[in-house]
Design a protein around this ligand. Sequence first.
Ligand code: RFL
Ligand code: PHB
Length: 391
Amino acid sequence: MRTQVAIIGAGPAGLLLSQLLHVAGVSCVLLEQRDRAYVEARIRAGVLEAGTVDLLTRAGVDERLRREGLVHDGFKLGLDGETFSIDIKALTGGSQVVVYGQTEVTKDLILACVARQTPLIFEALDVALHDVDSDAPYVSFTQDGEARRLGCDFIAGCDGFHGVSRAAIPEALRETYERVYPFGWLGILADVPPCDDELIYSNHARGFALASMRSHTRSRYYIQCGMGERLEDWPDTRLWDELALRLGPEAAAGMTTGPAIEKSIAPLRSFVSEPLRHGRLFLAGDSAHIVPPTGAKGLNLAAADIRVLADAMIGFYEKGDTEGLDGYSAKALARVWKASRFSWWFTSLTHRFPDMDPLARKMQLAELDYIRGSRAAQTTMAENYVGLPFG
Ligand code: RFL
Ligand code: PHB
């Protein structure tokens, strides 16, 4: 088997790249280790930057998103249960974000792959990358028990944090930067209306809480929890009570509780691996970087990488131009670091750290109070939240 671009991983990064290449007439094959049902059911992100929506539009995968996505002009910050608004639309001169689940983005992209007959191989096992620094790289894998080989011009490593692509860059040529935060997020998804029109990010003495949503009838909430905690310790009633306390009386008054459809604990991590390119291998999305979810940057950052990478590959095939490919790593990383900084800062501002002394807590409260009163501080937050420009 041969193709122009072999894409490892059918998460949002790999799927989006495949559709942008398809639209430009570049051939690709997607290799995904899980089955379709598993990939479509993974509950993760919920907020899309305008740039991500633009990219999905360019890929021709925006029809349902435009119909069902909830356009948001702002979000709220909570300070020990009292909230104030950040009007991102007014502060940025018109930018908005769209609340639309990653599960839905994934389903729409898989449907597009199927409709356009983009080869997408689920349950591709034992994926291994070969000769990535030569002119003839290839990928080996097992399909239905049979060994297969996919020759290509380029390999896109879109296989997430636990994938195999990153390790195909020799360790001596890689620099990694990592912080694991001393807490996780316990998330609950429930078929109940949201407690507020906007998302609420709340700093409370008991720990961080987030009120989010997927639709007018489906809510997504998170609380900061210790990494040692188990789901069994958090029956639905205890979780709803804790959310009401941390989000404050106004949100609690608007909150409808109900049984969880899904509940899970996710660790929080900042991670960047540099560079994003080695020979004919290009890393994109979570395979190269992870941000803590405060600020909703992970999926958007994966899409931003793909925009730069797709343009570079298309430039190569249309004009024989290698400039984009040569510049990909530096260009994408410049934005990755800025979004990593914002996610780290927003996490530091809103979470309770185990080693936090009373002074550190006072500093958080003072900074939140400063943001409440300063248009300049709110503008900084808003322009990061809606997504920084490229280059
Ligand atoms: P993914 O989604 O992890 O997809 C990688 C794919 O590669 C496959 N794979 C392999 N395939 C073949 N061979 C192998 N050896 C393979 N190893 C792995 C995997 O099965 C998978 O299908 O990475 P991608 O495409 O880079 O996308 C990144 C996003 O999924 C991620 O950044 C976001 O979900 C992060 N995130 C959020 N991002 C946002 O922009 N907004 C949010 O609101 C937001 N909320 C979140 C989040 C992530 C969370 N968790 C659970 C980590 C909330 C949470 C709780
Ligand atoms: C979500 O709805 O899952 C969500 C929203 C905002 C975030 C993180 C996650 O910052």
